[in-house]
Design a protein around this ligand. Structure first.
Ligand SMILES: [Zn+2]
Length: 442
């Protein structure tokens, strides 16, 4: 008799067309574009069909919009489908189920940095198993020789666990689940483990990379002496200038990755560090006008909308992320065919200065180019329009704070970023193991 566990991941219970794509693993970044497009079409049709037939939520939405599964003949028909909003997911934890409740094996939650009711993301074993086995060797060049430190949260969100499983099961690497400041996981302990185990890969958030560097300095661990090949950043936005600081501190190449708890991995940078190559085996991405919902042309900036391709039991169609971005229609210098996306921050995080909206990471990029500014800062704004941007920050090591320096930094920011600023130089901002708060409303 097969166990409940075995039954749930038996390959014959997967949608039949998947067998043509998944053997030992499935590597969309190494597939010919035409084959990947064929996979996307088949996966989308399967997901939509299951959503319509098995999920009362999606069936009702599709009937309201006058669309049936047979209307989705190609990926280009995606825009015929209804959107899914965060508010809809907040109403009932089990809303999206197109399977029996007893088939759910894992539940993650995102509460977001803006508060509000939680959004639960559920997986069946089958879906989760597929997520481990889909890998992107060109985007994540991780092999069985690697020792990967996963310094991302393992609690609540999927951030730590999903990369953990991908590296361990998909890439066959050794994984150390150091987490990010949880009950057993202090920055001090993590850097001691680094000194012992000599990681080759680390994945963490931009602010926690600084927290770990500060802990390493305490025990005189020279991070540049570690055999690190790559650092991937996730969980928080980050500017190119902040990345440069991290590359210097850690002595390794630092790349951005982008995902959500609801959809797992969405995009990862290549060595060109110029936008996210999309994980197009997992997800279809659209950019729409946030007001009208109209699909925008490549190069136009709008809200990022996701449709998950490997979620057959608990589908997610045209999910409005409230993240802002645009496609880059130009081919990438790395030669990889996967489409590229540039992120422009989140709609809720935009700082309004003199009537114009700015992403905090656009402003951070100028701030982090000022050598006298330390690695911790806050943009202090009031809701709505601001005449001036107040920047509260630490100064770099060896720099003395003064009103002259504050005036000089304000003039520097105004020239480079083109926004009026004032600086409050402080000795130490509070460290956090949670998401760094870059925008403070006072
Ligand atoms: Zn590239």
């Amino acid at each position: 008799m097969t166990s409940r566990f075995e039954n749930r991941i038996r390959e014959e219970t997967l949608p039949p067309f998947l067998k043509r794509y998944f053997s030992q693993s499935f590597c969309p970044d190494e597939m010919p574009p035409a084959k990947l497009a064929e996979f996307q079409k088949e996966a989308l049709q399967e997901v939509v069909s299951r959503a319509y037939n098995n999920s009362p939520f999606y069936r009702q939405k599709m009937i309201q919009k006058g669309v049936k599964p047979e209307d989705i003949k190609n990926v280009s028909d995606l825009a015929k489908l209804p959107f899914t909003t965060k508010d809809e997911l907040r109403r009932d934890p089990w809303t999206l189920l197109a399977c029996d409740k007893e088939d759910v094996s894992l539940i993650h939650v995102s509460t977001g940095t803006t508060g509000g009711k939680p959004i639960y993301t559920m997986h069946t074993w089958k879906e989760y198993y597929l997520h481990h086995r889909i890998i992107y060797p060109r985007l994540y060049p991780v092999t069985q020789d690697d020792i990967c430190f996963v310094a991302l949260p393992y609690e609540m969100s999927s951030a730590g666990l999903s990369l953990h499983n991908k590296f361990m099961t998909g890439h066959q690497a050794a994984v150390v689940p150091v987490g990010k400041g949880g009950a057993y996981s202090t920055p001090e302990k993590t850097v001691k483990l680094m000194a012992d185990l000599k990681p080759t890969i680390i994945t963490t958030s931009p602010s926690y990379a600084i927290t770990l560097a500060e802990a390493a300095a305490e025990i005189s661990l020279d991070l540049t002496s570690l055999p690190l090949k790559k650092m991937w950043l996730a969980g928080e936005g980050c500017s190119p200038a902040f990345r440069k600081r991290l590359e210097k501190i850690w002595g390794t190449s630092v790349r951005f990755s982008f995902g959500t708890t609801e959809s797992s991995i969405i995009g990862v940078e290549c060595e060109a560090q110029n936008g996210y190559h999309l994980a197009l085996g997992n997800v279809l991405v659209e950019v729409v006008d946030p007001r009208t919902g109209k699909v925008l042309e490549p190069g136009e900036t709008g809200e990022i909308v996701l449709t998950c391709l490997l979620r057959f039991d608990i589908p997610l169609l045209r999910y409005r992320t409230q993240d802002i971005g645009c496609f880059d229609p130009k081919p990438c210098s790395c030669g990889l065919h996967l489409q590229r996306l540039h992120l422009r921050g989140r709609m809720v995080d935009q700082i309004i200065l003199k009537g114009k909206g700015y992403s905090p990471y656009y402003l951070e990029n100028f701030l982090m180019q000022l050598p006298e500014v330390g690695n911790w800062y806050q943009f202090v704004v009031k809701p709505g329009n601001n005449e001036k941007l107040k920047i509260r920050c630490e100064v770099a090591a060896g720099v003395g704070p003064s009103s002259e320096l504050a005036a000089k930094l304000a003039a520097g920011m105004e020239t480079s970023a083109g926004v009026p600023c004032e600086f409050e130089l402080v000795e130490k901002l509070q460290r956090t193991n949670q998401k760094a708060v870059r925008v403070v409303h006072e």
